[in-house]
Write a protein that binds this ligand. Structure first.
Ligand SMILES: NC(=O)c1ccc[n+]([C@@H]2O[C@H](COP(=O)([O-])OP(=O)(O)OC[C@H]3O[C@@H](n4cnc5c(N)ncnc54)[C@H](O)[C@@H]3O)[C@@H](O)[C@H]2O)c1
Length: 300
C-alpha cells in the first residue's frame, strides 16, 4: 500500500479554526496540500466572530513547514462561500478538495424551536455547503478532478432537541449523493462524514464518553476521502473513537400489489412485514437504481 500524498493538491477546509476542522487542515497540510483555513470565529452557537482562530491554525501549519492561507468569511452567504473558493484560486491556482465542516448548534426541543434557530442552522450547515461547493465544483469540473466531504451527524438518526440540525445534516446527504452523480464523469468524488469527537461543540453533551473520542481519530477517514487514493463516492461514513463504519440509505425489496390491483390501506396493513423486511435490500447509487428495481415488476 502506497503512502497517501497531497503534494500539488489544494484543499479548502471550512470551520478549520478549531475542533475537527483544525485536525483535517493540519493533516492535509502535513501530507503536502496547500490549505485554505476558513473560519469566521465566534461562539459554539454561531454568535460573534474573530479572525484569530483561522490565523492560529495557519500559523501552526506554517510552523510545521506547511503551506496555508487563512480565510475569515462566513460560509453562510453566497458571497462568503464564493470568496472561500476565490481565496484558494487566487493563492494556489485551483481547488482540488473541499471539506464542508463549519457549523454550530442551536438545540431546542421541537415545540420550542424558533424560526431564527431553524434558519441559522439550515444556513450554516446546508446552504453554506451549497455556497462553497458550487463555485468549487466549477473549478474541479474544468480540471477533471475533485473531492468533496460533507459533514453530517448521527443526529440524522433522530436526536432529542436537534430537529433543525438533523434536518440540515440529512439535506447534506442528498447534496453529496447528487454531486457524486453529477461529478462522476469529471473525476469528482463526494462523500459524507458523520463524526463523533470531543470538541467545544460536544464536550458537555457527551460527558465522560467524550474522553474516548479524540478528534484526531476522525481525521484518517476524512483524509482518505479527500485523497487521490479514494475509490468510494456516494458514501457516508461514521468515524468515532477509532471505529469507522459505512452508513447507508437502503431500499427494501418491498411488496408489489400486482399489475391490476387497487391496493387499500388494509392491504398495506396486511403486508407490512414484507414492506419492511430488509432481507435482500438494495443501497441505490442513484434515482435510476430505484427506477430499475421498480421496473422489474412492470413486464408487459
Ligand atoms: N464533534 C462532534 O462530535 C460532531 C458530531 C457530529 C457532527 N459534527 C459536525 O462537525 C463539524 C465540526 O464541528 P466541531 O465539533 O469541530 O465543532 P467546533 O465548534 O469546534 O468547530 C466548528 C467551527 O466552525 C466555525 N464556524 C461556525 N460558523 C461559521 C461560519 N458561518 N463560517 C465559517 N466558519 C464557521 C466555528 O468558528 C468553529 O471553529 C460541524 O459541522 C459539526 O456539526 C461534530
Amino acid at each position: 500500500m502506497s503512502d497517501i500524498s497531497f503534494d500539488g493538491r489544494v484543499a479548502v477546509v471550512t470551520g478549520a479554526g478549531g475542533g475537527l476542522g483544525r485536525t483535517y487542515a493540519l493533516e492535509l497540510a502535513s501530507r503536502g496540500a496547500a490549505v485554505v483555513v476558513n473560519d469566521l470565529g465566534g461562539s459554539v452557537e454561531g454568535r460573534g466572530g474573530d479572525s484569530t482562530a483561522a490565523q492560529r491554525v495557519v500559523d501552526e501549519i506554517r510552523a510545521q513547514g506547511g503551506d496555508a492561507v487563512p480565510n475569515f468569511d462566513s460560509v453562510m452567504t453566497p458571497e462568503g462561500g464564493a470568496n472561500v473558493v476565490k481565496t484558494a484560486v487566487d493563492s494556489f491556482g485551483k481547488v482540488d478538495v473541499v471539506v464542508n465542516n463549519a457549523g454550530f448548534l442551536r438545540d431546542k426541543s421541537f415545540l420550542k424551536l424558533t424560526w431564527e434557530d431553524l434558519d441559522a442552522i439550515v444556513d450554516v450547515h446546508l446552504k453554506a455547503a451549497f455556497y462553497v461547493s458550487q463555485p468549487a465544483f466549477a473549478v474541479m469540473k474544468s480540471n477533471g478532478y475533485g473531492r468533496f466531504v460533507f459533514t453530517a451527524s448521527n443526529a440524522t438518526f433522530g436526536n432529542f432537541g436537534q430537529s433543525n440540525y438533523a434536518a440540515a445534516k440529512m439535506g447534506l446527504v442528498g447534496l453529496s449523493n447528487t454531486i457524486a452523480v453529477e461529478g462522476a464523469r469529471a473525476g469528482i468524488l463526494s462523500n459524507v462524514i458523520m463524526p463523533m469527537a470531543k470538541t467545544r461543540m460536544t464536550e458537555e453533551l457527551l460527558g465522560d464518553f467524550a474522553d474516548y473520542l479524540a478528534p484526531e481519530l476522525v481525521t484518517p477517514m476524512v483524509t482518505y476521502l479527500c485523497s487521490e487514493a479514494c475509490t468510494t463516492t456516494h458514501g457516508a461514513f461514521s468515524a468515532a473513537g477509532g471505529r469507522y463504519a459505512s452508513v447507508f440509505w437502503g431500499l427494501a425489496q418491498g411488496w408489489y400489489a400486482g399489475p391490476a390491483a387497487s391496493p387499500t390501506a388494509e392491504d398495506i396493513q396486511a403486508h407490512l412485514d414484507e414492506i419492511t423486511d430488509r432481507e435482500g435490500h438494495l443501497v441505490p447509487q442513484s434515482t435510476t437504481d430505484e427506477v430499475v428495481a421498480l421496473s422489474k415488476h412492470f413486464t408487459r
